[in-house]
Design a protein around this ligand. Structure first.
Ligand code: DHB
Ligand code: FE
Length: 281
């Protein structure tokens, strides 16, 4: 059976793509953000995952307001990045893991998650940036199964439901007949609001409590409704649902997790950036 080795979580602000492209990671604005990554690169070079399942939210590239699935799973042999209007370079396509995609889809459907299956899927910054941040050198060494969770158009799935989805994804990974090593990635958050009266809203106290809860009490955030989460973290801060799904998946890999490394820095663009790596060992 496949081995679930751990989880990774990072914010996915488009400007990060521009900073990587310009090579300005060591400039004072960017350094506190990029300095979080080397200890995680070190861990990844030791544990060497083959495949990642990526919880992320599409921002209007592949799905638009006319058709918005709550949960969508990629089942494509290859995922193409497309110009989404942020002025960041389009990255080369990356490889899917269709065998795990279909195992995941079948397992989720058996557990009453009515997922949308996507045999073609364009991916935006939320899917491409974490791969570039965690594997900055050369070609991406992992194959990917993208799992898209709607955090864009209401109604959104509840934190409780998202946690249950994450757990079911963890169970599917653990029952995949393969000798591959799998990591789960969460892309998004932490607190941010890009527009409206509260544009620029950041909630450091809540973010830090949330990050802490993932170590000690993973279901903590499921007590909040999505409206409460938006109130606390901003309209886009609700992307933290991805982190919750990732952590729920790990409960299947191991009863406890070990923190490899974390970082928190305010702000990059409009966003409180969070970074976390958890090992199942
Ligand atoms: C920003 C953050 C996001 O999560 C996103 O998807 C787009 C922009 C930002 O802070 O600029
Ligand atoms: Fe986003």
């Amino acid at each position: 059976m496949a081995k679930l080795i751990g989880g990774l979580a990072t914010s996915h602000i488009p400007a990060i793509g521009g900073a990587i492209h310009k090579g300005v990671q060591q400039e004072p604005y960017w350094k506190p953000f990029f300095d979080g990554f080397p200890p995680i690169h070190q861990w990844l070079s030791e544990v060497k995952p083959d495949v990642v399942v990526m919880f992320y939210n599409d921002h209007g590239l592949n799905f638009f307001l006319d058709k918005m699935p709550t949960f969508a799973v990629g089942a494509a042999p290859q995922y193409n990045n497309a110009d989404e209007g942020w002025g960041i370079p389009t990255l080369p396509p990356f490889k899917g893991e269709t065998d795990l995609s279909w195992h995941l889809i079948n397992t989720l459907m058996e557990q009453d998650f009515d997922v949308t299956t996507c045999q073609e899927m364009l991916v935006d910054h939320a899917c491409t940036l974490p791969l570039k941040l965690f594997w900055p050198e050369g070609e991406c060494p992992v194959t990917v199964v993208p799992v898209c969770i709607n955090t864009v158009q209401f109604p959104l799935p509840s934190a409780k439901r998202t946690y249950a989805l994450g757990k079911a994804v963890g169970e599917a990974i653990a029952s995949w007949s393969s000798d591959k090593k799998v990591a789960v990635i969460a892309s998004g958050g932490l607190s941010h609001q890009l527009d409206g009266e509260r544009a620029g809203h950041i909630n450091k106290a809540f973010d830090l409590q949330f990050m802490d809860s993932l170590l000690t009490n993973p279901e903590w955030a499921t007590q909040f409704s999505v409206h409460e989460l938006v109130d606390k973290t901003g309209t886009q801060g609700v992307e933290l649902l991805m982190w919750l799904a990732m952590r729920a998946a790990l409960t299947v890999g191991s009863p406890t997790v070990r923190k490899v490394h974390s970082n928190y820095h305010i702000p990059i663009s409009n966003t409180a950036t969070g970074l976390l790596a958890l090992a199942c060992d």
